[in-house]
Design a protein around this ligand. Sequence first.
Ligand code: 6PG
Length: 246
Amino acid sequence: MAIKPHIYQESDTLYRECAARIVELALDTLAHQEHFHIALAGGTTPRGLYQFLSRLGHEEFPHWERVRFYFGDERNVPPEHEESNFRMARESLFLPLQIKESAIKRIKGELPPEEAVPHYQEILEELPKENDAPRFDLILLGMGADGHVASLFPGTPLLHERQQVVGANFVEKLECRRYSLTLPVLNNARHIILLVSGAKKADVIRHVFHGPDTAEPLPVQMLNHEKIEWFLDAEAARFLDTENEA
Ligand code: 6PG
């Protein structure tokens, strides 16, 4: 059973509350650690959150220079491509906050796997380790209507990778290659936030929270649920008990 989700009627409230939680986690971490290591989600949902974060005043969060930005996954495209997760984060977060390039650790989607994967493996080596794996302070994830997280799609090879920390994943149904952190790294994070919005996700949210359990769990169900904090809008949560909706 998943932990009780935070549910919000309005997307602005969803983004504000999710941003507040990220700031809270960052401040807690920075009280005893030099840097806050976050892996960003791609896709479309997080753009509104990143724009909200980029508008926070200095008094709300004065430590952007101590945040290190990584990516949970990336498309196999150049950084300026409209599909690039890096491009979306650059436009909505990095440029408005004037984040210095050295604080941004992008996956080089423009490179072939034999170059992009070792490059990111090296980048991840710089992270603190826990359980012999890179340990993020926070991994922010979206979720597809099929229950995929990052670029770990149902029935794809990388979903079952347990040794490598990052890999290439050919996604048949999208007819494209993606680069993604693997499940051991996702589950090694201190905190995981799932930010999910829209009616398209309501069926899979119902499945995650109310079952039935299936022989083959969905990728999102393979995450360590003790670490997940769910931030949903009312459309995505429409099949759930909404007593705690704000
Ligand atoms: C990506 C993401 C992916 C995304 C889900 C949801 O590269 O697309 O990392 O895991 O979070 O597909 O995407 P939306 O937010 O666009 O619905």
